[in-house]
Design a protein around this ligand. Structure first.
Ligand code: BGC
Length: 744
């Protein structure tokens, strides 16, 4: 399928270009585009965010939204929602929507998906990411990328690498052991590049071991280009470049930024000067241009033909008419995102089997909580978009129930309105906003009187209703780009509100909408029915209603652990997040504000809680169903450490309830006697299967060498270690139904 590229023509095309023309192709000439070379037919490269849908249009050179009517788009579930489905096909289908819509909007690159590891529950951008587990990230992100790439448009996987926090995001110097880098932070990128064929990668803002990621030769050259043979485009995050010579001589292809002085970008006029004075060899520029030309041919943006003018033969880049044209906001896409949203809903508690709600027993329903009426699409940072529509939970519930029910709403807590400005937040997004944010949060929390007033009203009303549905959690004032959260506490005094409501209505249904784990310890033991979802896209409200009323059996599971509090997390315990200030001596060598060691090493997420026996509120992989599943004994096929499939594990799963449902069967591997520094178990396989009531299926997991290998820093490679491994199969990392020991 891939176009065969005629290198002679490519080289001739480059020879025909002036240095200025070449430089124009390797830096932003508008906020989301580079320059083309019109006289040679080379188009501009046009990009858009991602990852929840194609972002709305801005003026070419200013952060002013155009507020068009034709950029209303399909709002897809966030990656944190896609991950909750644990469904590879859904990840692919969502990628398919993103790719087709990006192309439909005339884009060449969609800046998605975000695949960073959820290292701490405080990271403001976790909703754009998939999971705390590298295997789950790799499996799902690969599907998304494949879905995108089939539309002659490129994914741009971000942010490479070790970009796990927003605090001082441009100026934090990350130090992580080689083993943790290889085992946790790289596998997602490895999979999307080497298995799924991602066309481009975005360098992260942060520094890595003393050098900014966007001109970090270890990350970009040694790993990306050399080790993985990546020949796609490397694009900087917007404002991620800090040095002309370093950027020019590194494998970075395109510099993008948020400022309007496009000609002064490091790879614009300063680069021309550096080449003209001989400080940087022109060959570096040619290499970048060559990559861009290859990229354009592969993504069918153009094809190279020979033309003759005044008897002179030259290469011309002609528009490739075979390129898909894409489309957007079509009904099929809404169906896809509805299905994805449905599968992303996670049932956390259903102690009294109060859910699904029985419509025949309901008359009066009270809905409490701002997330019932809040639309999330247009928030959160660069992931914002203008959705064609967004079904909020209250709309979903009302349209589900129809007119014969009394459905009332009371906010329960007060969310101060966001300041309306003409300009977009992104214009100042590279300033450290932590202080401003802290002030905003303080402001939001200064409404205690108002919260108390709203709370009293909700508690008073609750007694008069057959059913109370609480819909709270976080929103994009908290789950947002540019800053991290101060703690895991629910904002707006929700803990008090929920506790008081539970006293009046112990069977209240609680729905948490959030892109990050939140502390629920104050009330979780008293609650009977708790549902979790993230920002699940334009059909979120319908999907939620489908689950609450039993039209859809919930089948999502947590792609991350929900600890009780921030103090329980590995970053808190090992204590270097969000990093410390550099000493004066260090500042002389490294241009950074903070330096941070990932002291928890590989003990991120459940690798920590599970291994160190730290009690958590809800474990990784957890989620209930309206039906029940029973697990048989695991059986093991041949074990051959030299074969591609080292061993095959099979198991029977049965739906023992009386409705059909989907179960996510998870397989974890760990040494029978784990050595120090190793996790008790690690996710190495999962299958989501549909079982009718009473149905039993046998599933087989094929485990390759990687499942039994770890990265050995001394040897500089992954190595399978001989020994006895315990393979655990279960419905979450903590609910292991059967184990089997294999000797490898
Ligand atoms: C974000 C990127 C985004 C880019 C363009 C940056 O601030 O970190 O994820 O793609 O802006 O909007």
């Amino acid at each position: 399928m891939e176009a065969v590229i005629d290198e002679t023509k490519v080289n001739r095309l480059i020879d025909e270009m002036t240095l200025e023309e070449k430089a124009g192709m390797i830096h932003g000439a508008g906020l989301f585009r580079t320059e083309g070379v019109e006289r040679l037919g080379i188009p501009k490269l046009v990009m858009s965010d991602g990852p929840l849908g194609v972002r709305f249009e801005f003026k070419d050179k200013e952060w002013i939204a155009l507020n068009l009517t034709d950029d209303l788009i399909t709002y897809c579930p966030s990656n944190s929602s896609v991950a909750a489905t644990w469904n590879r096909e859904i990840a692919y289908a969502v990628g398919d929507v993103l790719g087709m819509e990006a192309r439909g909007r005339g884009k060449d690159i969609i800046l998605a998906p975000g695949i960073n590891v959820m290292r701490t529950p405080l990271c403001g951008r976790n909703f754009e990411y998939f999971s705390e587990d590298p295997y789950l990230i790799a499996q799902l992100a690969a599907g998304t990328v494949k879905g995108i790439e089939q539309h002659d448009v490129s994914s741009c996987v971000k942010h490479f690498a070790a970009n796990s926090q927003e605090t001082e995001r441009s100026w934090v110097d990350v130090h992580v052991s080689e083993r943790a880098l290889r085992e946790l932070y790289l596998p997602g990128f490895d999979a999307v590049i080497n298995e799924a064929g991602a066309g481009s990668v975005m360098g992260a803002y942060n520094l890595f071991r003393g050098e900014h990621c966007c001109h970090n030769n270890y990350l970009l050259y040694d790993i990306l280009r050399k080790e993985w043979g990546f020949d796609g485009l490397i694009i900087s995050d917007w404002g991620g470049v800090h040095d002309t010579k370093k950027a020019a001589e590194s494998p970075l292809d395109i510099e993008m930024d948020i400022t309007y002085d496009f000609d002064n970008y490091y790879m614009a006029n300063p680069l021309l000067e550096a080449v003209n004075t001989g400080e940087v060899a022109e060959g570096y520029v040619d290499d970048k241009v060559r990559n861009i030309i290859h990229f354009m041919i592969k993504h069918k943006m153009m094809k190279l033909v020979m033309r003759t003018d005044n008897d002179k033969e030259y290469v011309y880049a002609e528009r490739n008419e075979e390129r898909s044209s894409g489309t957007y906001s079509i009904p099929e896409h809404r169906q896809t995102v509805l299905e994805a949203a449905r599968e992303s809903v996670i049932l956390l508690k259903n102690d009294k089997k109060h859910l699904p709600l029985d419509k025949n027993k309901l008359k009066k329903v009270l809905i409490v909580g701002d997330n019932a009426i809040r639309q999330h699409a247009n928030g959160g940072g660069s992931g914002e978009l203008h959705a064609l529509y967004e079904i909020t939970p209250i709309l979903g519930i009302k349209s589900h129930l129809g007119g014969n029910y009394e459905v009332d709403y009371t906010p329960g807590y007060y969310v101060p309105p966001r300041e309306e400005t003409l300009k977009n937040w992104q214009e100042t997004s590279l300033m450290d906003e932590s202080e401003k944010k802290a002030a905003e949060i303080k402001f939001a929390e200064s409404f205690s009187d108002k919260h108390a007033e709203y709370r009293a009203e909700a508690v008073r009303l609750a007694a008069y209703y057959d059913e109370v549905i609480y819909i709270g959690g976080l929103n994009h004032d908290y789950d947002a780009e540019g800053y991290d959260k101060a703690d895991m506490k629910l904002p707006y005094e929700q803990d008090k509100l929920i506790s008081e409501l539970l006293c009046v209505k112990p069977n209240m249904t609680i729905v948490m909408i959030s892109g990050n784990p939140v502390a629920m310890g104050d009330w979780i033991d008293k609650a009977h029915s708790v549902v979790w979802m993230s920002y699940a896209g334009m059909e979120a409200g319908n999907a939620l209603a489908d689950v609450l009323f039993g039209d859809v059996n919930p089948s999502g599971k947590l792609p991350m652990t929900i600890p009780y509090s921030y103090e329980d997390t590995p970053t808190a315990r090992f204590g270097d997040y969000p990093g410390r200030k550099l000493t004066e001596e260090e500042k002389k060598i490294i241009k950074a504000h903070l330096t941070e060691r990932y002291n928890e090493d590989i003990f991120v997420g459940y690798r920590y809680y599970d291994t160190y026996d730290v009690p958590v509120c809800f474990p990784f992989g957890y989620g209930l169903s309206y039906t029940a599943f029973s697990y048989g004994e695991a059986g093991c096929g041949v074990v051959d450490a030299l074969a591609e499939t080292v061993c095959e594990i099979n198991i029977d799963i049965e739906n023992t309830g009386n409705i059909s449902g989907k179960e996510i069967v998870q397989l974890y591997v760990g040494a029978k006697e784990p050595k120090d520094g190793y996790a008790k178990k690690e996710l190495k396989g999962f299958e989501k299967i549909l079982l009718e009531a009473g149905e039993k299926k046998n599933i087989t997991f094929k485990l390759g060498k990687k499942a039994f290998s770890h990265y050995h820093e001394d040897k500089g490679k992954w190595e399978l270690e001989k020994g006895i491994y315990t393979i655990s199969i279960g419905s979450s990392v903590s609910d292991i139904k059967t184990t089997i020991d294999v000797e490898v």
